[in-house]
Design a protein around this ligand. Sequence first.
Ligand SMILES: [Zn+2]
Length: 258
Amino acid sequence: MLNVKINQWLIGFTTVCLLCFFSTSKTFEYFPLTFFPSTFSHAQSAPLKPHPLPPSLAKWNDVDRQGDYFELIQTTPVGYLIWSQFPIAVYVEQPSGLQDNSAQGVRFQQWVNAVAKAIAEWNLYLPLQEINQPELADIVIVSSSIDRKIQLNPDTGLYDIPQAITAQTNYEFYVREEQQKVLAHKMTIKISPDLSPLATLAAARHELGHGLGIWGHSDRQSDALYFSQVRDTPTISVRDINTLKKIYQQPTKLGWKI
Ligand SMILES: [Zn+2]
């Protein structure tokens, strides 16, 4: 599963700024999908149907019935953003220097450690495996500042300068060549290098939630996928997992033969 070749025939690309997490803005931007028409219709030939629940989610049982925020989750033209091959391959950017004891090197290592902790937390619910090759990864996590989109507001004639966004998740669709052509997706997560270790962990936990398919935000501060930064950093909550499980019961074209 990790040896699949990523076909360069990218059939669709979307940039979705869902990151809002540390932004004080309560809105998040959606950019329109830009499919190449001929290949999009081909990709649409994949069936829209659910995959079997992964065992880790199948056995999840919320005895207290704490509910979920599934109604706040977005779908896409190819269905929900569901992974169906496990473990999900995750690449995390690494410091380039082997023995980098500079302040910058130490900070980078703290960033890597915080991201690894977030991966370990989600691994309880969906199998994740770190790999060394970003081109083969399902989810790529990089240390990167996020560009702020400064736009002229036609109503006021002033420029809207958004709050600093410190993390962002994008997805793209492509066709993976295995024995057959399979509609697939790939996630790219950017997390700022300038956060404290605790804030990096919170951001990585939140973004990985998006990367695993929770494409939307909770309206409660106690959930990891709450849309904004809160003082007491939430861990992965029962409602987060209830929502994740419900998403994985939905139909999708991803992971099916085209
Ligand atoms: Zn978010």
